[in-house]
Design a protein around this ligand. Structure first.
Ligand SMILES: *Cc1c(COP(=O)(O)O)cnc(C)c1O
Length: 811
């Protein structure tokens, strides 16, 4: 597209839609017009892509995830279409700032954190690698809550992201399907002696898909992310004459559950899970039947991935559709189901491993419950004489009137993977060891990755420009080529350029901090960043304990030689997670105390930026010097903000947890700061039950002073929260071993303080992190999934043909 064409198109759209001339349009009209233009460009490629999949008979993967967290799409779409620069300069010609337009777009925040963001990074990478893959999820009317602070407390406001309409989605009424909930089911014996399920008194809801094009990076591929929204079927309208009853139905896809790593056991959540699973499976089978292939070929054309346990009902739902709706027998249907499905485990935290009470499942999806019972019965039977009774009992689906969803996903699929080496090993040796005994061949590792295009090319243009200058722009298509940067480790000019690029982003963030919080920070200070959901296991509190240590150090010795540091937090707490909210409150109060104490001479500042989301991450990450990845070893399955920060030249301070271990292996011991207990030491404490935080406290004056600050009025306005936190650390024996790791953490921080003073030394470390981040590209991750688990192959744009089939959209 030329500049003139872009201008002409924009003019036309502004006239057609808003009756405005280009010169009179505001950012909102311009954003929607530009979005429409982008959509028109990508729709052509989208149509070609799916016709291509159809004519080539490509096997496709369907990635089922209850969360997607794409953030904003305008710039990403422009970049991937290869027209970002043209559009930017065209707009500049008419005095419009692309950034201003881009800011009109609301973040699509249909996820809580890492899980949803991973799904979206995968969508980007799957399309960019030319892989035939589709997302399947829920179109929540309200995304993750907006976070504000009032008196230091988190306040949650609704996220009305659809208020002005979503420019990227296409409502596909013709692809809607019915989903049945509630009612009852009984088995009827037919004349031929076979049993047939009869379902009665069900509530039928309409699932309407909204499709969004997932545009590949400059390769002509556009895949589909399909999100389902609930509606009342026209045929049922008459039943719902009162508004309250209508709301009950419509509530099904109204809100995203704001819990992260917490099981959220409520009826609506279970109904949500079944709703998007059933609609997705039905539409896949509908598509498959159009191919006119025998059932046994299903697994040659379709792979379905279960992202965490929320979509685990894929197992019984696929069984139901194959048996009840298409007449397959159990054995045949089961064989197909196991071949088609695969599952990723995302956590070892017990409270996040989903279990549903039998009574609830029976009530919400009675037929699905029947099938689950039968899967359980057959599993137990098939294991007799092969494995010991106790192992069979521990691995079955049904235990103590509960359904273990992870067990369902493992038994009903051919692959179970963890998301980092240590995590996959823990699954095999501890968490899912019994299943590893039963199905050793099903277990594998796929270390998470990130869409490096978004986190570098879009988020950090100054650094991207330096990279182009130093190593040419091949890294943009092939992230592995970032490695070439290693050739510049001793090049002082290159190091200086990298340093200057970082400074640009730090200055931008400093302005943002001033605007949003009124806090003045110096871009020359160390920007020390911890951004992630607020969770006890992630140990934001340990970060605060260290900040308080520095506070007392400066108070005791105002002349102390500390490198000025700004501690930056971003984190939402689940609204029901009161301990996490207390931590937010105490960080905010400590921040207030520190930022307003002139005697500290700006040596330390603490900034808690509200409403952490993808867009805020894109502002913070490029400006970070230090990346805080300090979870208790064994608790963080992988982490992905660790990868984003590394890619942007932040140096990591970390425990040996999740992907931190692989980051350490990639950058080398000199370019990362490791501290703390190992996973083995943590498990030893569990085994020996010999951890005593009280004992550590009693013998440690420094920790006494820091902990007492929570209850002796040193930190103001935290009477309740301070006591709660103090008690968690002493009375309740410090579940995440903060006190045990504290001094080693402080030691590592001191080393950072020391090393940062040597600008060249520090910049070399930073360079090594950028250079070795290519291995964490989600492109690599999805290629491994494609080869090992999904058995799908890339289709390249050069094989693009005009569609010859009048086939339907691929699902
Ligand atoms: C990457 C990302 C996360 C995940 O962060 P972790 O530190 O890996 O938990 C969460 N939220 C947002 C908005 C992200 O971009």
């Amino acid at each position: 597209m030329t500049k003139e064409e872009i201008k002409k198109e924009l003019r036309q759209r502004l006239r057609d839609t808003y009756a405005l001339e280009l010169e009179d349009a505001g950012p909102v009209e311009l954003f929607y017009s530009l979005g429409g233009l982008v959509k028109a460009v990508s729709n052509e490629k989208w149509q070609k892509t799916w016709k291509n999949y159809l004519t080539e008979g490509q096997k496709q993967v369907y990635y089922f995830s209850i969360e997607f967290l794409p953030g904003k799409l305008l710039k990403s779409n422009l970049l991937n279409l290869g027209i970002l620069d043209e559009v930017r300069t065209t707009l500049a010609d008419i005095n419009v700032d692309l950034e201003e337009l881009a800011n009109v777009e609301k973040d699509m925040a249909l996820g809580n954190g890492g899980l949803g963001r991973l799904a979206s990074c995968f969508m980007d990478s799957i399309a960019s690698c030319g892989l035939p893959g589709n997302g399947n999820g829920i179109r929540y009317d309200y995304g993750l809550f907006k976070q504000q602070f009032m008196d230091g407390y988190q306040v949650e406001l609704p996220d009305e992201w659809l208020k002005r309409g979503n420019v990227w989605e296409i409502r596909r009424e013709s692809k809607a399907c019915d989903v049945h909930l509630f009612g009852n089911v009984y088995m009827k014996r037919l004349a031929n002696g076979k049993l047939e399920p009869v379902e009665e008194n069900q509530t039928t809801v309409r699932a309407v898909p909204y499709d969004t094009g997932m545009i590949g990076y400059q390769n002509g591929i556009v895949n589909t992310m399909r999100l389902w929204s609930v509606e009342i079927p026209v045929s049922e309208e008459a039943k719902y004459h009162n508004l309250g009853e209508r709301r009950t139905i419509e509530d099904l896809t109204a809100v995203l559950y704001p819990d992260d790593s917490q099981e959220s056991g409520r009826l609506v959540r279970l109904a949500q899970e079944y709703f998007f699973v059933s609609a997705g499976i039905q539409s896949i089978i509908r598509y498959y039947k159009k191919l006119n292939l025998p059932w046994h070929s299903l697994s040659e054309k379709i792979a379905i991935h279960i992202n965490d346990t929320h979509p685990a009902m894929c197992v019984p739902e696929l069984m139901r559709v194959l048996m009840d709706e298409n007449g397959l027998n159990w054995e045949f249907a089961w064989d197909i189901t196991v071949k088609v499905l695969s599952y990723t485990n995302h956590t070892i935290m017990a409270e996040a491993l989903e279990k549903w009470p039998v009574y609830l499942m029976k009530r919400v999806v009675p037929r699905i419950y029947q099938i689950i019972e039968e899967i359980d019965r057959r599993y137990v039977m098939s294991m007799q004489g092969i494995h010991p009774q106790d192992l069979i009992q521990r691995t079955r689906l049904l235990q103590n009137d509960q359904i273990y969803m992870a067990h369902l996903a493992i038994i009903g699929s051919h692959s179970t993977n963890g998301v980092a080496k240590i995590h996959s090993d823990l699954l095999k040796t501890i968490v899912l060891h019994d299943f590893y005994v039963v199905y050793p061949e099903r277990f594998n590792n796929k270390t998470n990755g990130i869409a490096e295009r978004r986190w570098m090319q879009l988020a950090n243009e100054p650094l991207s420009d330096v990279m182009d200058e130093l190593i040419t722009d091949s890294w943009r298509k092939a992230p592995q080529n970032l490695k070439l940067l290693m050739n510049y480790q001793n090049d002082e000019i290159a190091l200086k350029k990298l340093r200057e690029a970082k400074l640009v982003k730090k200055e931008e963030l400093a302005s943002y901090i001033l605007e949003t919080t009124g806090i003045q920070v110096s871009p020359n200070a160390i920007f020390d960043v911890q951004i992630k959901r607020l969770h006890a296991y992630k140990r934001q509190l340990m970060n605060l304990l260290h900040i308080l240590k520095l506070y007392f150090d400066i108070k005791d010795n105002p002349e102390i030689d500390l490198t000025p540091r700004v501690f930056i937090f971003g984190a939402k707490a689940a609204p029901s997670y009161s301990y996490a909210k207390s931590i937010i409150k105490v960080i905010n109060e400590a921040a207030d105390m520190i930022n307003n104490d002139a005697s500290l001479q700006d040596k330390i500042k603490v900034v808690f930026l509200p409403n952490y989301n993808v867009s805020l991450a894109e502002k913070i990450i490029p400006a970070a010097d230090v990346s805080e990845q300090i979870s208790l070893a064994s608790k963080e399955a992988s982490g992905t903000s660790n990868m984003k920060l590394m890619l942007n030249g932040a140096v990591t301070i970390a425990t040996l947890d999740g992907a931190n271990i692989e980051i350490k292996d990639a950058v080398g011991d000199d370019n990362i700061y490791i501290f703390g207990l190992t996973e083995k030491e943590v498990y030893n404490y569990y085994e020996n039950q010999d951890y005593s935080s009280q004992k550590i406290y009693d013998e440690d004056e420094e920790l006494q002073r820091i902990l007492d600050a929570f209850i002796d009025g040193t930190i103001p306005n935290i009477e309740f929260e301070g006591q709660e936190i103090y008690d968690s650390l002493l009375k309740f024996n410090d579940e995440y071993f903060l006190l045990r790791d504290f001094h080693d953490y402080a030691r590592a921080q001191e080393q950072i303080d020391h090393d940062y003073k040597d600008a060249v030394l520090w910049q070399k470390k930073s360079l090594a992190n950028i250079a070795n981040a290519g291995g964490f590209s989600a492109d690599e991750t999805v290629k491994a999934y494609a080869e090992d688990i999904w058995q799908i192959e890339p289709i390249f744009a050069h094989t693009e043909k005009e569609g010859t089939t009048n086939g339907s959209h691929p699902f």
